[in-house]
Ligand binder design. Structure first.
Ligand code: GTP
Length: 599
């Protein structure tokens, strides 16, 4: 293959606009995957991905496409994850390409992540091909969607293609446009190796498989390579392409996309965004953009039974082999015993990890309510990063607290603008920044809000307030000071550290009240009354009681022996007291996530 016959592209879209379906169609048309092996959503191979219908991990694939000009081209497609939790992966995938297909569902219009991802692509200097998808749907709104693309993204309507990834209509035209409009890769094949890592996965049999885009030089089996961020050196065992299964080849050269297998023990050694070069013949300068994917959200993870602690640790260790973004350290909680404090990229990431632990490792664990990372400046000037509300300092011990803020973009039909602005500014501590028209009867609004406010109960409320039409995207913009307090929860007068949470001082009472009420619903009745209390800044600010289950002791008495009756009542009282002293309250798992369902 001459390099002018290569095209490296990504597909960017808002979630559910049809990326995976389009790639499936490409595989189909080019005969890359035989018909009989083709099943819907071939590219989404992780079980969870198929069930939820979302793409979590980027996967590359190489197509051989014979175009109308009679030449056969190699098109490398790097599928990108659509969820904002995985934005960093989107950005790295884009850096590996010269161009992208911008896919917009014509029945939904341009949505928040369409715009967000377009900016990422433009930052990476990519040539974009706008495509309206799902034109087979009867209520597809082609004219309005075109107008939105023109308004929001700045393309001419004539530059946009119309297609249906489902029926295949217009799909060949997309491939032709890729050949015509997207430039082939450049880069000196004789220069020292320079390859971008855009993904790395752990394979049970082969160890770490590194997904790379080679920008300069070439790499072959037997080469010694170096990771530029850590200067670790590895020997290459095999290189190859994705069809989409791995197919070995002699070398991958400047301009190409493929995989490298070396003796790498854990995925953490192959960091997404890092540059690989030769161990001896090295390039002086790494490719731009290596950044550690930093966990934004932390939660406690505890084994259901203490004897499963070791198993949970092993599972997390194994999990980390394949997911460098996951971090964890041991944590011990007076209430829940030994477990881990685990850091995630976002709530979806957390959910996926928990679900995969259950499915693949058959481990059930108690997960506590997630929180963001707080930055606390103590009175003596030292700065602490707080990942666990239980270790939040007491009032008087610190000078200020900061929390992460985001710039939030919401695209919505203008009818719901008022609802959404009201909700975000009064309930979510948001600051309204700007509004702009986006096509006919739609607007883009910008807000600045704390990250913690959009994590809990935000998405569903936004959808409800806009009848499902609004979409959102956000970017973390850094830390800002907030007046935050810690609320601790006492169950039966004992502090349950794992139920503590941090809240803005203005919401202290309201949230505390909702949490104690929710807990009193979720914790089952016991033989004795259980007070649930919330405490902040040294005083109790809310309380809710769970009534005792009245055991019908008197049923055992036949008739009127008063002394016997008295004795029994006495015994029951003692029983209650003993229980209370031991403090044996069964708190079910969902109680630990009670805060998640509170606005
Ligand atoms: P993520 O990977 O989660 O970001 O989603 P995606 O963009 O890959 O979307 P996906 O391909 O999973 O498609 C979402 C839904 O739209 C699926 O139910 C598809 O069958 C459907 N779909 C995709 N393309 C078309 C199309 O052209 N016409 C119609 N009618 N449905 C489509």
């Amino acid at each position: 293959f001459g390099r002018d016959l290569i095209r490296n592209i990504s597909i960017i879209a808002h979630i559910d606009h049809g990326k995976t379906t389009l790639v499936d169609r490409f595989l189909d048309i080019t005969g890359t995957v035989e018909h009989r092996r083709m099943k819907d959503q071939f590219m989404d191979s992780m079980d969870i991905e198929r069930e939820r219908g979302i793409t979590i991990k980027s996967k590359p694939v190489k197509l051989n496409y014979t175009a109308r000009d009679g030449k056969t081209y190699e098109i490398n497609i790097i599928d990108t994850p659509g969820h904002v939790d995985f934005n960093y992966e989107v950005s790295r995938s884009l850096a590996a390409c010269e161009g992208a297909i911008l896919l917009v569902d014509a029945s939904q219009g341009v949505e928040a992540q369409t715009v967000g991802n377009t900016y990422l692509a433009i930052e990476n200097d990519l040539e974009l091909i706008p495509v309206l998808n799902k034109i087979d749907i009867p209520n597809a709104n082609i004219e309005e969607t075109l107008a939105e693309i023109v308004d929001l993204i700045g393309y001419k309507a004539e530059e946009c293609l119309l297609a249906s990834a489902k029926t295949g209509e217009g799909v060949v035209e997309i491939l032709e446009a890729v050949i015509e409009r997207i430039p082939p890769p450049s880069g000196d094949i004789l220069a020292p190796l320079k390859a971008l890592i855009f993904d790395a996965v752990y394979d049970k049999y082969r160890g770490v498989v590194v997904h790379v885009r080679v920008f300069e030089g070439s790499v072959r089996g037997g080469d010694r390579i170096m990771m530029m961020s850590s200067r670790e050196i590895f020997e290459v065992i095999e290189v190859g392409y994705f069809l989409p299964q791995m197919v070995p080849t002699d070398s991958i050269d400047a301009g190409e996309v493929g995989y490298i297998i070396a003796v790498i023990k854990e995925v953490a050694s192959a960091k997404i965004g890092d540059t690989i070069t030769g161990a001896t013949n090295s390039t002086p300068e790494a490719l731009p953009g290596y950044r550690v994917a930093k966990p934004m959200v932390y939660a406690g993870m505890f084994p259901g039974m203490p004897e499963y602690y070791e198993e949970l640790r092993k599972a997390l260790d194994k999990f980390k082999l394949n997911d460098a973004a996951l971090v964890f350290e041991p944590e011990s909680s007076p209430a829940l015993g030994f477990g881990f404090r685990v850091g995630f990229l976002g709530l979806l990431h957390m959910d996926v990890v928990r679900e995969r632990l259950e499915r693949e490792f058959e481990i059930t664990c108690i997960l506590t309510a997630p929180n963001v990372v707080y930055r606390v400046t103590m009175n003596d000037g030292t700065v602490r990063e707080i990942t666990n509300p239980a270790s939040f300092p007491e009032p008087g011990e610190f000078a200020k607290v900061e929390e992460p803020f985001v710039e939030l973009s919401i695209i919505t039909p203008s009818d719901y603008m008022g609802n959404l602005i009201g909700f975000i500014t009064t309930e979510k501590r948001g600051e309204f920044k700007a509004v702009e028209n986006a096509g006919k009867n739609r607007v883009v609004m910008k807000f600045v809000t704390p990250l913690s406010e959009i994590m809990f109960d935000f998405f569903d409320r936004m959808k409800a307030l806009s009848r499902g039409y609004a979409s959102m995207d956000y970017d973390i913009i850094g830390y800002r000071e907030s007046n935050l307090v810690k609320v601790t929860i006492l169950v039966n007068k004992e502090t349950v550290d794992s139920l503590s949470f941090i809240v803005h001082v203005d919401k202290e009472y309201a949230v505390a009240k909702k949490v104690v009420d929710k807990l009193s619903e979720l914790i089952p009745q016991h033989q004795f009354q259980i007070p649930i209390q919330a405490k902040a800044r040294g005083r109790i600010i809310a309380r809710s009681d769970i009534k005792a289950l009245r055991k019908d002791v008197l049923a055992k008495c036949y008739g009127g022996d008063v002394t016997r009756k008295m004795k029994l009542l006495e015994k029951q009282k003692e029983g209650k007291k003993r229980m209370r002293e031991i403090g044996q309250v069964t708190i079910p798992q969902n109680a630990f996530l009670a805060i998640l369902r509170i606005g």
